[in-house]
Design a protein around this ligand. Structure first.
Ligand code: SF4
Length: 582
């Protein structure tokens, strides 16, 4: 069932009014990969009536007012991607295409979509219910944050959008608690994963440097970000408070991880796995190509690459689905009339963290003084790919499934650290789950840059490459690795890019193709380094190439070769776009 998007659809359900209206910067794709669909379906499963307004027109009240006003709250999201990231390149050029807009033309998602939609609601719905922000844009902008497009520190988006509440993280449990509290006329202010504005900070809250101080003083901003990052574990986090203007942003501790049963229940909701018919009139969405027949095995990531925001959005604790739930979903996919036999992905933020977690973290929270994978895999992490091998076996045995790809990024350091089943897992991948090429994400080869990224050294990459090539030869297959690389990351000089080029030629024997320019997205360690030009872990100055010409020169150091075409050895076939990296 699609959630209703029109009055006619509401009438068919016998709903005269709605409890919650969700407004999104994406088209409405009813899929477990899309936050609006998940949040809406969960609320409906708990007895609330929910409608969706996708990509409303900002020039009139026609779209935003078409379902009336909700009884409990408006839920506002910029969509699956932060709207500034979706709309602008790393060099601040307007993007022409949008994978979540019907027809693919980038004409429907406004810049700072969350703020634009909050303003639109206030303009056209005069007796409006509370405004609740959610999704990745709100989540990563929940405290004072550096915004690269404005080149300044901005206030919490809760204040800029003049909203009532902000739910950060995946929010599936928090949103039900919020709807129940509002329906019962109770205060929602104690809900985990909730931010709100208050005239005074709660007595138990840890007071962060104020927005004004953090915006003016980079050392204060670094201290603020460290406290924010340290208080993101649901077991150990304290409430936080940060003065924004005359009021305080109050940041409650994160929601507790979902149990396997709860996560299974999310994926058991009845998703259409399609674009809503109202949106379909304008064409298809490209995102469906990768998510329609793909499976999510888990949430969370303890990789903590410094340029990635997963840790502060989904958290560092892995939340696994059961094998039975995944088999049930795969069987459903295989019976879909449009299914052609191929599962596009079995993964999560990192494909091979399924079933691998630290018992100490589960009991006492993530360590603040060390990392699970950097500079080396922590001995407390009992790495075993056995459960993942078992899952892939089960999925391959399902009728009508001819091919299962693993397109999410793999952490090769985890594979190499698994003395029990690492080799067997990689053999499974090589034998069954690679379509000609396996994409991995070393990102760089220079030790200084890798340390700034929080990534392991190039020697592990070479070790993994030898192993992959050996297994590929043993299996008699014609397969190869492709490598994602980043240019202009903080700490990266032109000389480091020249080193990387030499490494690619001499050690990997390729000319790289997938080189991305670093984008300073909100709420990552790398963005903090970009803005402050300081290594936040040592306090030492950190070189950052900020000029557009210099950034492009770094990229060109790798890609500009006479006759250069790709990272493929001669005679190999092409690749699909990047999905997730580990
Ligand atoms: S003990 Fe090791 S694996 Fe566990 S949370 Fe701490 S750093 Fe991570």
């Amino acid at each position: 069932m699609f959630l209703p998007c029109t009055r006619e659809e509401m009438a068919r359900l016998g709903w005269e009014t709605l409890d919650v209206i969700l407004v999104t910067g994406d088209a409405y794709i009813d899929s477990p990969f899309i936050g609006v669909a998940v949040i809406g379906k969960i609320l409906v499963a708990h007895g609330f009536r929910v409608g969706v307004i996708a990509q409303p027109d900002l020039k009139s009240g026609h779209d935003i007012a078409r379902l009336g006003e909700p009884r409990l709250f408006w839920g506002i999201t910029g969509g699956s991607i932060d709207s500034m990231v979706a709309n602008r390149t790393a060099s601040n050029r307007r993007r022409k295409t949008d994978d979540y807009t019907p027809g693919g033309e980038n004409t429907r998602r406004p810049d700072r979509a969350v703020i634009a939609y909050a303003n639109l609601i206030r303009q056209h719905c005069k007796h409006t219910a509370p405004l609740v922000l959610g999704g990745i844009e709100a989540s990563l902008r929940r405290l004072a944050h550096y915004d690269a497009w404005d080149n300044r520190v901005r206030r919490s988006i809760l204040f800029d959008a003049k909203a009532d509440y902000l739910l950060y993280g995946m929010a599936d449990r928090s949103v039900v608690e919020l709807a129940r509290a509002l329906a019962a006329g109770q205060s929602p202010l104690a809900i985990r994963g909730l931010c709100y504005a208050a005239p005074e900070p709660p007595v138990e809250a840890l007071l962060l440097p104020s927005f004004q101080v953090a915006a003016a003083d980079q050392q204060a901003f670094i201290a603020m970000f460290r406290a924010f990052y340290d208080h993101n574990d649901p077991i150990t986090a304290q409430p936080l408070a940060q003065q924004q203007d005359s009021r305080y942003l109050v940041h409650n501790p994160p929601q507790l991880p979902l149990s396997t049963e709860e996560l299974d229940a999310v994926h058991d909701l009845n998703f259409e796995r399609d674009l809503h018919p109202l949106d379909r009139q304008a064409g298809q969405v490209r995102a469906l190509d990768t998510i329609r027949f793909a499976l999510t095995t888990h949430r969370g990531c303890y990789g903590e690459c410094h340029f990635c925001a997963i840790a502060v959005h989904q958290g560092r604790t892995i939340q696994n689905r059961s094998v039975d739930s995944l088999v049930r979903e795969a069987t459903l996919l295989a019976a879909h009339p449009a299914f052609k036999g191929a599962i596009a992905d079995v993964g999560g933020p990192t494909a091979n963290m399924y079933g691998i977690e630290c018992a100490k973290k589960r009991a006492k929270g993530a360590c603040r003084d060390k990392r699970c994978l950097f500079p080396a895999v922590c001995p407390s992490l009992k790495v075993d790919h056995g459960p993942l091998i078992g899952l892939l076996h089960r999925l391959r045995s399902i009728k009508n499934i001819k091919k299962i790809a693993v397109a999410s990024g793999l952490r090769y350091d985890l594979i190499l650290a698994d003395k029990k089943n690492g080799l067997a897992y990689l053999r499974e991948i090589v034998r069954h789950h690679v379509s000609g090429q396996l994409k991995i994400a070393p990102e760089h080869s220079d030790p200084t840059v890798l340390a700034a990224m929080g990534k392991s050294g190039a020697e592990l990459l070479l070790q993994f490459r030898r192993l992959f090539n050996r297994l590929t030869r043993e299996e008699g297959l014609d397969q190869f690795l492709t490598y994602y690389l980043i240019a202009a990351h903080p700490g990266c000089t032109q000389a480091a890019m020249e080193e990387l080029r030499a490494f690619c030629r001499q050690e990997l024997h390729i000319l790289p193709r997938q080189v991305q320019l670093f984008t300073p997205t909100p709420s990552t360690w790398s963005t903090l380094m970009y803005w402050s030009e300081t290594d936040p872990f040592t306090g030492a100055p950190c070189f950052v190439e900020k000029s557009e010409a210099g950034r492009e020169r770094q990229k060109a150091a790798i890609t500009d070769e006479p006759g250069h075409r790709s990272s493929r050895p001669p005679g190999k076939r092409s690749t699909s776009p990047r999905k997730k990296k580990g």
